[in-house]
Design a protein around this ligand. Structure first.
Ligand SMILES: Cc1cc2nc3c(=O)[nH]c(=O)nc-3n(C[C@H](O)[C@H](O)[C@H](O)COP(=O)(O)OP(=O)(O)OC[C@H]3O[C@@H](n4cnc5c(N)ncnc54)[C@H](O)[C@@H]3O)c2cc1C
Length: 387
């Protein structure tokens, strides 16, 4: 599908990515990565060499300057082929670069941001816990200070990419629960530090970098790993709910957009090759309608995602628009993929084709990064609908 209104630099970026994907991410290999829960670091390194992890890093820290719309193009394109590669890119260009740039100390920015741009440094999100889902402020993992160190105890759940990351970017309780939004801090915890245990969790989709239960047993890290430095101690909550949250919503929308586009393209081609009753199934009206509707809905998803990205790049308030994009795109993309699966009949359900993977991957999009219900709350609250 075309993106008629795209600026020249975005069109060139998209073109480069499509050629890169054809060469470095062939379908057969991508299926294997998914089966093996494999993160292809060599492909990630090549994305770094192309300068793509520098798209979210300011020039003074070794990047090319923050360009959120370009980042969304990269996520959409990579997600149209492989969530293993797309997830790694997000862990680097988004989780690491955007958070560190926004909430870390100057010293941390100087030490970590060039590594994102030049080495593709990745972090994994350690927000969820066995008893903590949407209500992140209720985390039970604790940390205490001892001199120049911090000692961490507790556990995190659904920590995607923990084993392939340099750090787990974890929110922990660092004082009494006097006020649930105070006494929280964000720490950078190396997953290979003594006392950290990773246990793989089986997921339906999003398999690339693996998803883990992580336990911390008297894990000692330097106090220098408190995000924001000493001033960040007990001041973690505003860092979690800052402008980065708006961007995270459209990162997830871009993943959904990429997966849905791949599903439409595959179903579109398949419908022309599959013959039944002596003619291609694309001549059957119900199939034509499913595909026409999928394309139409996808176009609405595209417009919402890129409009939200444009507002973020213009630094306009975009909390409502990013929530609307997250809600609409993820729910609609899920419906699109399921209808494309119907177009392919039984072949949408078997491992010889990519459609079954699209289905597994898309189902989590309305859950991640604030569920659809949470986005509806945000929209109604931000638009001041009286309770
Ligand atoms: C494959 C995968 C990868 C993940 N990766 C990570 C990761 O890397 N790091 C990380 O920290 N987490 C990760 N998660 C966790 C994900 O972010 C959580 O699933 C999400 O935060 C929601 O939490 P929950 O699933 O426990 O649902 P809960 O919060 O328990 O919610 C259950 C249901 O109640 C609804 N609900 C809850 N509260 C409200 C409310 N106030 N109003 C309306 N409805 C509500 C929800 O919408 C949902 O339908 C991952 C999850 C999966 C499946």
């Amino acid at each position: 599908m075309q993106n008629h209104d795209e600026s020249e630099h975005l069109a060139m970026l998209r073109d480069t990515l499509r050629r890169f994907i054809d060469k470095e991410m062939p379908r057969k290999l991508v299926r294997q990565w998914d089966r093996d829960i494999h993160f292809p670091r060599d492909v990630h390194d090549k994305l770094v060499a192309l300068g793509l992890t520098g798209l979210t890093v300011a020039e003074e820290y070794g990047g090319t300057g923050r360009d959120i719309t370009a980042m969304i193009v990269v996520i959409e394109e990579l997600s149209s082929r492989s969530m293993s590669v797309a997830s790694g890119y997000i862990q680097s260009a988004c989780y690491a670069a955007l958070n560190i740039a926004e909430v870390a100390s100057e010293e941390q920015k100087r030490s970590l941001l060039p590594r994102v741009a030049n080495e593709g440094l990745m972090v994994a999100y350690g927000f969820s816990e066995p008893d903590v889902g949407a209500d992140i402020a209720s985390v039970r993992t604790t940390a205490r200070r001892e001199g120049d160190t911090v000692i961490v105890n507790g556990s995190k759940r659904f920590c995607s990419g923990a084993a392939i990351s340099e750090y787990i970017y974890a929110i922990v309780r660092t004082g009494p629960v006097e006020d649930r939004y105070h006494n929280l801090s964000i720490l950078l915890i190396p997953p290979d530090a003594p006392g950290v245990t990773l246990e793989s969790q089986e997921t339906l989709g999003l398999k690339g970098g693996g998803t883990y239960d992580v336990s911390f047993n008297e894990v000692v890290i330097p106090a220098a790993n408190i995000v924001g430095g000493d001033e960040g101690w007990n001041k973690g909550w505003p860092k979690v709910v800052g402008a980065g949250l708006d961007i995270e919503k459209i990162e997830v929308a871009a993943m959904a957009l990429g997966i849905a586009r791949a599903a439409i393209d595959d179903a579109w081609d398949y419908s022309q090759q599959r013959l039944q009753f002596g003619k291609p199934i694309c001549t059957i009206q119900s199939i034509r309608h499913m595909l026409a509707e999928a394309k139409t809905r996808w176009e609405a998803c595209r417009l919402m995602t890129y409009n939200a990205a444009r507002l973020v790049d213009l630094q306009r308030p975009a909390t409502v628009e990013t929530s609307m994009a997250k809600l609409f795109v993820c729910d609609t993309a899920r419906d699109i993929v399921l209808s494309c699966q119907q177009v392919m009949g039984a072949y949408g359900y078997v491992g010889d084709f990519d459609m079954e993977r699209y289905v597994r991957d898309i189902l989590v999009m309305p859950i991640l990064g604030g569920s659809s219900a949470i986005q509806k709350n945000n929209i109604a609250n931000r638009l001041k609908l009286p309770r």
